[in-house]
Design a protein around this ligand. Structure first.
Ligand code: HEC
Ligand SMILES: [Cu+2]
Length: 370
């Protein structure tokens, strides 16, 4: 028996250490941060403890049933309240549970230890995009990226979603502005939300944290390899829940500084359209994304219907179809595009667009259609 046990122990330890060395479609995603690795090892360890218990318990059961079957004339023993047996079946599970609780607690404490970060970023969930603020103060990488704000919206074109175009490699996992972070730095992410509960989830980092309106939660990661890591909102947050991916680009520190320098200077001119949009009473986050680009909004959203004239949408470029529309006046057109009219969905179906962005898209469409 002891020989059997040591054999099992040997086999499991060999498997446990090699488990994440190779990408397997049956395992968790490859861990790319120290925490993710710790979670992976914990998962593997607990799995093998369970396998060993399973094999021992069921093995014992089947052997007993087989050896003590009626046809070989076995007579059942009659005893109860056997103190030795009761002590054994209390002590063994207790020891096993302690053995599992210790590494599990250690991992949880490490996951929650967001102290002494090199860089702190606030991730805000919006219906349906992510906003990232590189915070000032302690843990801000010596101010390199102070005050930078990035909004990350889905970059997959509507044509692919409506199956009018072949799907790209990172279908629904691509954004216009990636979250850029330096490698080998402890990045603290503060999560919150502006409307409903979202969750910031990047499997390769072992990070999944709810983003709750009115609350701040925190989590952290450290990436060792430069690269692009993808995740998604992991809390059902409305009809475009599946359309708010998370893309993190990890770069070396020099490249991060370049990126930060560029984005800091780019932040200034973008203030102007933000003021205009805010005066129109729209949501600031959508407007703050940068100068209002009507063509971009049109290509990314409106073209899905208006490009081909789908389902009664006036086709852009078709002067006949647009003449009567344009005759209503710009104000009315914009108003209809914002509020929706008959089968035309409000803001083309994306309420996160600011009024200014919709107006710019309408202007672009009218320009092409008069
Ligand atoms: C899901 C398909 C769809 C999308 C996406 C869409 N539209 Fe439309 N749009 C329509 C349809 C259908 C109509 C015609 C509605 C009617 O008059 O019955 C329309 C009409 C309009 C009109 C004319 C309104 C009027 O008063 O005659 C404007 C302007 C317009 N859309 C702007 C936009 C803009 C800007 C976007 C992108 C932000 C957009 N649409 C996205 C389907 C769409
Ligand atoms: Cu969400």
């Amino acid at each position: 028996m002891s020989k059997l046990l040591s054999m099992i122990a040997l086999a499991t330890s060999a498997l446990a250490t090699n488990a994440y060395a190779a990408t397997s479609k049956y395992g968790l995603p490859d861990p790319e941060s120290p925490i993710a690795r710790e979670i992976y090892s914990l998962h593997t360890l607990i799995l093998w403890i369970c396998v060993v218990i399973f094999v021992l318990v069921f093995g014992m059961m089947f052997i007993s049933i087989f050896k003590h079957r009626k046809s070989v004339g076995h007579k059942a023993a009659h005893f109860h309240e056997n103190t030795t047996v009761e002590v054994i079946w209390t002590v063994i599970p207790f020891v096993i549970l302690m053995g599992m609780a210790y590494p599990a607690t250690k991992t949880i404490i490490d996951m929650k230890d967001t102290s002494n970060p090199d860089l702190t970023i606030k991730a805000t969930g919006y219906q349906w995009k992510w906003g990232y603020d590189y915070l000032k103060g302690e843990g801000s990488l010596a101010g390199v990226s102070d005050g930078i704000t990035v909004y990350a919206s889905l970059a997959t074109p509507m044509d692919q979603i409506y199956e009018n175009a072949p799907k790209s490699e990172n279908y629904l996992l691509e954004v216009d502005n990636e979250l850029v972070v330096p490698i080998n730095k402890k990045i603290r992410i503060l999560t919150t939300a502006a409307d409903v509960i979202h969750a910031w989830w990047v499997p390769a980092f072992g990070v999944k944290q709810d983003a709750i309106p009115g609350f701040i939660r925190d989590t952290w990661f450290l990436v060792e390899k430069p690269g692009v890591y993808r995740g998604q909102c992991a809390e059902l947050c409305g009809k475009e829940h599946g359309f708010m991916p998370i893309v993190v680009r990890a770069v070396d520190e020099a490249e991060f500084k370049d990126w930060a320098a560029k984005n800091k200077s780019a932040a200034a001119p973008a203030d102007a359209p933000m003021q205009v949009a805010a005066a129109g009473g729209t949501s600031a986050p959508a407007a703050a994304a940068g100068p209002v680009d009507g063509k971009k909004t049109y290509d990314g959203l409106c073209a899905a219907c208006h490009g081909a004239g789908i389902a009664g949408a006036p086709k852009v470029g078709d002067k006949g179809a647009w003449a009567t529309r344009i005759a209503q006046g710009e104000g009315t057109l914009v108003d209809h595009a914002i509020k929706g009219i008959r089968t035309m969905p409000a803001k083309g179906g994306n309420p996160a667009l600011s009024d200014a962005e919709v107006k710019a898209a309408v202007d672009h469409m009218v320009e092409l259609s008069k």
